[in-house]
Design a protein around this ligand. Structure first.
Ligand code: GDP
Length: 913
């Protein structure tokens, strides 16, 4: 910008080029034209010329003020941190920098000139000047007077022209001055604007820096230890006060400078205070999340420590998060479960399961029971993992627990539990009644001895418990339910009657149960009593009394007179000693149901025979499919009791229903568990109705019995007459051979009774009736348990059928016959069929579906089956002797020329006796 052309200067100044050229000439600067360049020197020269003219004018204007110039100076201050960039030096006087920041004084000078506007048109229209000179002149007269005075002596044309020139020069001068003024104003305005912007920028930067410092201070404070909000506020207030006091004492300038600091600090303090609730909220969230986590583990609530709040993301914890991978659950599958339950276990909707099953071709309803296999398929289809549930689940674990607990307590001798059996009218009831009436203390409380199905008697030598259900029907029924309650069987035989069919049955039952017998020969008071005959008859049933050199005790009693009852009790206790009956007295009770009924007033009533531990009032028990808390207990005399030890029968109130005789009884720690086990059992018994738990049948024998063992066929034979029975028994027993053993569990004369059927259940036997039929009760058991019951009227038919059944048990005779032989001539390799042996059938016939052997040098190198049998392009079922064929051996590609392929057939023939 040091050199400009005349034209540029003219446009900058805003006057025509010609006038500028004139002015330049007047200033003594030679400018050739519009494009001539002007040096800085020349410009200054022009300015000097113009100023000189202006100076003259100024002097004149003082005399006649046609214009007024106003000057104003304003001083302001800016505070600026040291880090901030320096402000422009123009018009800025840098003050001594204070600590941490510096204050800048800004001085703004303004000069404004007001010109009398009456002259403006003349100034603005120089072209019209000559015509309007007069008024102008008059107006300008005072200013121009000196020059006119100077020029007045002339008065010539020259003077006129000179005056005109002067006038022009004057105008030019005015113009230049105006321009200069405008220029000056613009410059000042620009400078002021620049300063203002700079100051603004500085302030902004200062604020940012202050905010940074504040933030850092906060961060540091938070990192150290979060101060108590009140304390922080107080400290800040103190600081504020202190600062303001200092500010008051200091110069106003300093006060101005210091003022923002407390404000900032206060704001910072406020921020801390404001921040506190946020933190509290965080802690609350953290505590809650702790609680949730710990809750799952069964623990308590976590402490409200800030340290415990692990991550700031905790606040997002409650926001739903889309799972990133499918949730695979482990689903335990019991034997059977409903669609709804399966859906529940997989945490899916029931409709999902129904849909999945529908796709598998099964139409099910939500409550339909699914078997294990189907359920597992559904679980796999829906992408979860099926796990076989422990079939014994709740029940199994409970039984294990009870056994384990029992093992923890020392076993003590316990009273024997006795069942009385014998033929009808031989005096079982009489015997029991006699013992009870004489031995059981009549209830002091109730007065009336109750029939609760069992009772116990105290003797000098010990206690004996009797099951008060005479006959082997009950005995077998209980055994059929798996309850082994009886320790000793007392077989009552009337001395005047001897061994009768039911006596024999009783022996069989006792033997099947592995329970020792004590024979009580009753009605000894009768004149025709003949105990020797009884003993003799018993030998037929392999019951040898001690008198006769055996090990069975025999006591002669009379239920009428009471003779021998003590001896009988002694014998029982002696036998018990031999048996070394023990059970823990302490610990939870385990027992069996003797009988149960529904009492109108008292609800379900069950007689429990405690077998181990002690049953107490208030215990929670589970029995079969029922459970409940023992509300009250009574003994056989009707007196309430608090507890019952091993082998003691008690009547129990409080069960949810009536369990079956023979069901087990277990004490459970909590009711929920009892309910679980009971429900599990109920569900299982429901299920078992679907499952045909068929008893053994002749047809199934072969399938049911395992190989390698000696197979046994258990039979129960009932016949119309003793003669037939003996004949049958002899013939059947002769069928026993090395592989199959025929065992006659029970036999007798008369119809098939319920006890026969129960015995068949427990001993897995087949019921055979020769000219006899089963009674209604027996048929019901046969039906329920799916027993095999057969009637015959011809002896050899019965024997033949059993023979056939047993034959089925014999392993069949397998014979092998070679039906064809082919010679391998060549081997072709086919990408489709593998190795194909080109053969000539040299013997017999080659059958496509028969097993084969590959022989090399007459040694078997492979045994298997044929993959293909072809002749030319045709697949054939068989190829006959003398024909060529292509043979592909299944899973074997190593056939070589010269090998032989032998085709054989196996024939199985059942073995007959
Ligand atoms: P259960 O069918 O085996 O229970 O026999 P009971 O106990 O009903 O007795 C049948 C009959 O035999 C009754 O009339 C009794 O009175 C009678 N009886 C039972 N025991 C004796 C006994 O020891 N002596 C005599 N003389 N009669 C008896």
């Amino acid at each position: 910008m040091s050199e400009v052309t005349v034209k540029q200067l003219a446009s900058t100044v805003g006057i025509p080029v010609e006038r500028l050229l004139t002015q330049l000439n007047e200033a003594g600067i030679s400018a050739s034209g519009a494009d001539a360049t002007l040096t800085e020197q020349e410009k200054l020269q022009l300015l000097g010329y113009l100023r000189r003219s202006h100076g003259k004018e100024e002097d004149e204007s003082a005399a006649a003020p046609s214009q007024v110039t106003l000057k104003r100076k304003s001083v302001s201050e800016l505070r600026q941190p040291t880090a901030a960039p320096r402000t422009s030096t123009t018009g800025v006087r840098p003050p001594p920098p204070p600590r941490g920041s510096k204050t800048v004084s800004v001085e703004v000078r303004r000069k404004r000139t007001y010109v009398k506007r009456a002259d403006e048109p003349a100034t603005g229209a120089p072209a019209a000047a000559p015509t309007t000179t007069a008024p102008r002149r008059s107006s300008n007269e005072p200013r121009n007077r000196p020059s006119r005075e100077r020029s007045s002596p002339s008065g010539s044309v020259f003077d006129e022209s000179r005056r005109r020139t002067e006038l022009q020069g004057l105008r030019a001068e005015q113009e230049a001055r105006r321009l200069a003024e405008v220029e000056e104003q613009d410059r000042l305005a620009r400078e002021a604007e620049v300063r203002r912007r700079e100051a603004e920028e500085a302030r902004r930067l200062a604020e940012i820096a202050a905010a940074d410092a504040r933030h850092q201070a906060e961060m540091e404070a938070a990192a150290r230890k979060p101060p108590e909000p009140e304390v922080v506020a107080q400290v800040d207030e103190k600081e504020t006060e202190e600062t303001s006091r200092r500010a008051d004492a200091a110069k106003p300038k300093k006060a101005v400078k210091k003022a923002p600091e407390p404000v900032e600090k206060e704001r910072a303090a406020k921020k801390v205070v404001r921040k506190e609730p946020v933190r509290v909220r965080e802690i609350e969230v953290a505590a809650r999340s702790d609680y949730e986590e710990v809750d799952g583990a069964g623990g308590g609530r976590g402490p409200r420590r800030r340290k415990k709040a692990p991550k700031p993301q905790l606040q997002d914890k409650h926001v739903f998060q889309r799972p990133t991978s499918p949730v695979v659950r482990e689903v335990s599958i019991p034997d059977s479960l409903s669609v709804a339950e399966l859906a529940n276990r997989m945490s899916v909707k029931g409709s999902e399961v129904i849909k999945a099953l529908f796709k598998q071709g099964m139409m099910v309803t939500i409550n339909q029971q699914l078997d294990r296999e189907t359920a597992m398929i559904v679980v796999e289809v829906l992408g979860h993992k099926a796990i076989l549930a422990d079939e014994r689940d709740a029940e199994g674990t409970l039984i294990d627990e009870v056994q384990e607990q029992e093992g923890q307590f020392t076993p003590m001798p316990r009273p024997p539990v006795v069942t009385i059996m014998g033929h009808v009218d031989h005096g079982k009831t009489s015997l029991l009644d006699y013992i009870r009436s004489t031995r059981v203390a009549s209830g002091e409380a109730g007065g009336i001895t109750q029939h609760i199905g069992a009772y116990h008697v105290e003797t000098e030598k010990g206690t004996v418990s009797f099951l008060d259900t005479p006959g082997h029907a009950a005995f077998s029924a209980m055994r059929a339910r798996g309850a082994k309650v009886t320790d000793i069987v007392v077989l009552v035989v009337a001395a005047d009657d001897g061994v009768m069919p039911q006596t024999a049955e009783a022996i069989q039952h006792a033997r099947a149960a592995g329970v020792p017998l004590i024979v009580a020969v009753n009605k000894m008071d009768k004149p025709d009593a003949n105990p020797d005959k009884v003993m003799q008859e018993l030998t037929q049933y392999q019951v040898l009394t001690e008198e006769w050199g055996g090990d069975t005790m025999l006591v002669k009693v009379s239920a009428k007179t009471g003779v021998g009852i003590d001896e009988l009790l002694d014998a029982i206790l002696l036998q018990a000693e031999v048996l070394e009956l023990t059970a823990p007295r302490d610990g939870p009770a385990r027992g069996a149901i003797v009988e149960s009924s529904l009492d109108k007033g008292r609800g379900p009533v069950a007689t429990v025979l405690v077998q181990a531990g002690t049953l107490r009032r208030g215990d929670i028990i589970v029995s079969g499919g029922e459970y409940g808390r023992v509300r009250a207990m009574f003994d056989e005399s009707g007196a309430p009791v608090e507890s019952a030890g091993p082998s003691i029968p008690v009547q129990v109130l409080g069960l949810s229903g009536t369990p079956n005789a023979g069901d087990d009884v277990m004490t459970v720690t909590d009711e929920r568990r009892a309910r679980e086990v009971a429900e599990f059992r109920s569900a299982r018994s429901r299920q078992s109705r679907f499952d045909e738990q068929r008893g053994v049948s002749l047809d199934q024998l072969f399938l049911q019995l395992k190989d390698g063992e000696q197979k046994a066929v258990n039979l129960i034979i009932k016949a119309d007459v003793q003669g037939s029975l003996e004949a049958l028994k002899d013939s059947l027993l002769k069928l026993t051979n090395d592989e199959v053993r025929v065992a006659i569990v029970a036999s007798g004369v008369g119809g098939i009774t319920e006890s026969d059927a129960n015995l068949a259940v427990t001993s897995n036997a087949i019921l055979l009736g020769f000219n006899v039929r089963a009674d209604a009760a027996a048929r019901r058991v046969v039906e329920e348990k799916g027993l095999d019951l057969r009637y015959y009227s011809i002896i050899y038919e019965l024997i033949d059928e059993v023979k056939q059944a047993i034959s089925g048990l014999l392993s069949p005779i397998v014979t092998e016959e070679i039906i064809g032989l082919a010679q391998v001539r060549d081997v072709f390799r086919s990408s489709k069929f593998g190795a194909i042996a080109g053969c000539m059938v040299v013997e017999g016939v080659i059958r496509r579906n028969s097993p084969i052997r590959v022989l090399r040098n007459n040694v078997v190198i492979y045994e298997g089956a044929l993959e293909s049998l072809r002749r030319f392009k045709d697949d054939l079922g068989e190829v006959k002797h003398g024909m060529e064929c292509g043979i592909g051996v299944k899973n074997y590609n190593d056939v070589q020329p010269g090998d032989q392929i032998e085709v054989f057939e196996r024939t199985e023939r059942a073995r007959v006796l």
